[in-house]
Design a protein around this ligand. Structure first.
Ligand code: FHN
Length: 473
């Protein structure tokens, strides 16, 4: 009898072990079968929808480089602030002393997100780790981070991701593939004072990717649930196209709905930012930097720009763009079907510089009146602009068009590519008075702007938007 019981018990244990193994195999097989590099256009469009609709985001370059803020050994260091370790040829051991001073006591995540929201921005992308290798989150993979290595001791990304979630703002992370601090990254051959390049560089870099960068990405995705991973520093020769494709697959496997820029792979052609024609390169959107595409693109793209000349804070950089220029960039990008990622470089204390805050506030006032011409819009099929100072956008899924003029108009505005619906109303956004208009097949659409409206145009008008219901001709 006893043997029978043992025999039955053995059978039960065998069955449980076998079914668990089967289950694991199924999950494993499942993960293996989803090849995210072969995504259907429907699935891609669904994943990109919020990003395309939101249109306008805040880039934040913030890290240890805000401490020297462009100066080293009492001397100005040329170039963008976040490259001071390279441009200043600062030895790692010395740069780490800056990290030991990083104590942004004035940092307030809710205030940053409030400023972003009041600007009319809909998403944020912040440098989790820039090329200098310093992590602004509490990493368990390394102690070279804001909690273990700096006096501040608090997890900035935790606070910021929480504030974004509470205020309905999408949260993105910029993450540098190039790493000047990690010994195996070796790509810090960018720093002249490095030991001579190893011959087995690529093996070391592959180890850094697998044993350091990917584990850090996993903790970022698991703990802060970012909506975007914005890679950068992909140009280092040690990083290969194959690794780029694997990296894309790895991140999407961790979170299938995440968006990833084209700097995850090797397809980007310079600062123009779009992938070389070859479809084989990974990445969901192109990344023109400090420039706007000359013409509209059928691909998704996001132009990232600074407000002055540096991404990371630099105390001597006062070359601020005017709000007018920033608003015109947003309009230009939108009319060509792109997104605009506008940068701020907070100080070492954790404050967004006042000139940036001023401009963001003014942009917010303009978008408060004219945002419907920017958000949830699509580019026109043919003429997204007329001349150099008139742009057009179209409300998604409707026959509503927006004519955006960048300069004070005359009393008669003539448009060549729109035919209003019969008896429809044409308005200037921000004004209630319907405008007189007439349409002639030859001459096009003529809108009359009354003098009492014309005289309200002032230096803070930046651009006017006319709402026209009709069709593109
Ligand atoms: O080297 C970086 C630079 O520091 C900055 O982060 C820009 C912004 O995207 N990207 C690289 C330069 O192309």
């Amino acid at each position: 009898m006893k043997n029978k019981v043992w025999y039955l018990l053995g059978l039960v244990i065998l069955f449980i072990t076998f079914s668990q193994a089967q289950e694991k195999k199924v999950i494993k097989t499942d993960q293996k079968t989803i090849n995210y590099l072969e995504e259907s256009s429907e699935s891609f469009d669904q994943r990109m929808k919020w990003w395309r609709d939101d249109r306008f985001g805040m880039f934040i370059h913030w890290g240890v480089y805000a401490i020297p803020a462009g100066k080293y050994n009492g001397k100005e260091v040329k170039g963008i602030g976040e490259w001071i370790m390279k441009h200043g040829e600062i030895p790692i051991i010395e740069y780490e002393q800056y990290a030991k001073q990083f104590n942004p006591v004035k940092f307030d995540a809710n205030e940053w997100v409030r400023i972003l929201k009041d600007t009319g921005m809909k998403y944020l992308v912040i440098t989790s780790k820039h090329h200098d290798g310093f992590a602004i989150w509490d990493s368990k993979v390394s102690n070279y981070d804001i909690v273990d290595f700096s006096p501040y001791g608090k997890d900035v990304l935790h606070a910021l991701s929480k504030a974004c979630k509470e205020q309905g703002i999408k949260f993105g992370l910029y993450h540098s593939i190039m790493d000047w601090h990690h010994p195996d990254a070796q790509a810090y051959s960018y720093l002249k004072n490095d030991p001579k390049k190893r011959t087995d560089n690529n093996e070391h870099f592959a180890k850094y990717l697998e044993n350091y960068m990917k584990p850090q990405l996993k903790e970022l995705i698991d703990n802060y649930n970012p909506d975007i991973i914005w890679f950068d520093g992909e140009w280092v020769e040690e990083f290969t196209h194959k690794q780029g494709q694997e990296l894309y697959q790895y991140v999407r496997t961790l979170n299938p709905s995440i968006l990833i820029n084209n700097r995850v792979d090797k397809g980007r052609s310079g600062m123009q930012g779009m992938n070389k024609e070859d479809k084989k390169y990974a990445g969901d959107f192109g990344t023109p930097e400090q420039e706007i595409l000359e013409i509209a693109s059928a691909l998704d793209w996001e132009s990232c720009m600074t407000m002055n000349d540096t991404w990371g804070f630099k105390q001597s950089d006062h070359n601020w763009k005017s709000t007018k220029e920033l608003v015109h960039n947003l309009i230009d990008v939108t009319a060509k079907g792109g997104n605009y990622l506008l940068n701020v470089g907070p100080t070492a204390e954790g404050l967004i510089p006042a000139p940036s805050v001023e401009r963001l506030k003014q942009i917010g006032i303009w978008l408060n009146v004219n945002g419907e011409a920017i958000y949830e819009t699509e580019k026109l099929q043919h003429n997204y602009k007329q001349g150099e100072h008139i742009f057009f956008t179209k409300q998604k899924g409707s026959h509503v068009y927006f004519t955006i003029i960048l300069e004070k108009p005359k009393e008669r505005l003539i448009l060549k590519n729109l035919k209003p619906k019969d008896n429809s109303t044409i308005k200037l956004l921000g004004f209630d008075e319907p405008l007189k208009w007439e349409f002639d097949e030859e001459k096009g659409l003529k809108i009359t702007i009354p003098k009492n409206i014309l005289k309200t145009w002032n230096n803070n008008s930046f651009a006017w938007v006319f709402r026209v219901e009709g069709q593109e001709i």
